[in-house]
Write a protein that binds this ligand. Structure first.
Ligand SMILES: O=C(O)C(=O)Cc1ccccc1
Length: 408
């Protein structure tokens, strides 16, 4: 598989959650949209609000957009015919920076979801494909690129523990978060019919997210490095009995037919990505920005008391948590490496003088809280946690972005 540098120019759409998440499966829209009546009443259970300049507010809940600057403009509003609403976004990126001149490493071939996420964060950046997530992180760590993008959780599967493991082994900081709506399509060589497909290849996460649909099709599943790589493989080997799960954008890029849209088992399928850089963080948050701080807390274990103490450190200061993942891996079981398999979490400790050391911790919490790491309340909460924890590492402080982006 050839991995070359690519650059991609995409129109972005903001996607708001549907009104009733428990409603039955609905087929996602085709790749391009026809503008329909603007209607955002009722999204998120809130009525739509207009800002003083007459532009629709993005979150539907009266909150500012992620960058806190109102730079995103709802240029046009579309309804896709069922229950999701798209707002076209002008330029600016999820963090309000265009990224021209920056190189962003992602895992996969051109057209992978991670590349879309990178382009959402930094529309002007040059994306650099890498074979594995580890290669993308090594590229930014070693200075070959400016940033790397990493999927860290999804609505369907929760935290991507293996990717967290990778992140913690490097001295990198989180500079931005991006939530991407993930549409899965079944793609095949031109002319191939669904009945002729015997095997489906894709990234393991995509195969897992489409488990029920694949069982219905009665096909074999084969994991490959990434979704776009699967499409490239189909194309270059002219596979006629095999289909790939990937994005509609990958179908366009590689000239494949879309046999089915919306293959994911849950219609609301969002993946959260983190944009990473070498420290110090190159992003300066405006003082009034809505911020988030991500950290990892290692502790002695033995009971769940420490979780209560961490919660209390934040709640007593009225700080909201947006993520809390509890990892206990002292059973020695599992295999294959990584905390997900029962091994201790390996965290690079850069706090001591001298060379950074990789330390093993069986009991770890992944915590994201609202507020900037320089906010005195957040600083105090961290200081309190440091009194009973074994080790705390702040992974980054960045603009909170609750928007969900959809690339069509
Ligand atoms: O394989 C890809 O396209 C990726 O970027 C990884 C991935 C796979 C499925 C959902 C989100 C990210």
């Amino acid at each position: 598989m050839a991995y070359t540098s690519s650059s991609l120019h995409l129109h972005k759409h903001l996607l708001l959650p549907k009104t009733n998440p428990s409603s039955s499966y609905s087929r996602p829209p085709p790749p391009s949209f026809v503008a329909a009546a603007a209607k955002i009443n009722g999204v998120n259970g809130h009525s739509s609000k207009k800002s003083p300049n007459g532009k629709a507010q993005i979150n539907g809940d009266g909150k500012k957009g992620a960058n806190g600057s109102g730079r995103k403009k709802a240029a046009a509003q579309h309804i896709n015919g069922n229950d999701r609403i798209h707002l076209s976004v002008s330029t600016g990126g999820a963090g309000g920076q265009d990224g021209f001149g920056l190189r962003v490493a992602f895992q996969g071939a051109p057209g992978a979801y991670s590349e879309f996420a990178a382009k959402t964060a930094l529309p002007g950046c040059d994306t650099v494909p890498c074979r594995a997530f580890a290669d993308a992180l090594a590229a930014v760590d070693g200075g070959a690129v400016d940033r790397a993008i990493l999927p860290v959780e999804s609505t369907m599967e929760g935290t991507a523990l293996r990717n967290y493991d990778l992140l913690l082994r490097h001295d990198l900081v989180v500079v931005q978060e991006i939530n991407l709506f993930v549409h899965y399509c079944l793609l095949a060589m031109p002319g191939v019919r669904a009945a002729e497909v015997r095997r489906v290849i894709s990234h393991p996460m995509a195969l897992a997210h489409c488990g029920r649909a694949l069982a219905r099709l009665g096909v074999d599943r084969e994991p490959v490095e990434d979704t776009a790589g699967a499409v490239e493989m189909l194309r270059s080997n002219r596979m006629l009995d095999t289909a790939a799960i990937a994005s509609p954008r990958a179908a366009d890029l590689y000239g494949l037919d879309v046999l089915a849209h919306g293959l994911q088992d849950e219609s609301w399928n969002v993946t959260r990505f983190l944009l990473l850089s070498k420290p110090p963080s190159p992003v300066t948050l405006p003082m009034d920005a809505d911020a988030k701080t991500s950290m990892v807390v290692a502790h002695r274990g033995g009971s769940m008391m420490v979780v209560l103490k961490v919660l209390s450190a934040f709640s007593s200061r009225n700080i909201n948590l947006t993520k809390l993942e509890v990892i206990n891996n002292n059973d020695g079981g599992g295999g294959g490496g990584g905390a997900a398999a029962g091994h201790p979490v390996m965290i690079l400790d850069t706090s001591a003088r001298g060379a950074p050391t990789l330390r093993a911790f069986p009991h770890v919490l992944y915590v994201d809280c609202e507020g900037a790491s320089h906010d005195p309340r957040v600083l105090d909460a961290i200081k309190e946690i440091e009194r009973f924890a074994v080790f705390v590492r702040v992974l980054g402080c960045y603009a909170a972005d609750s928007n969900v982006y959809d690339l069509q």
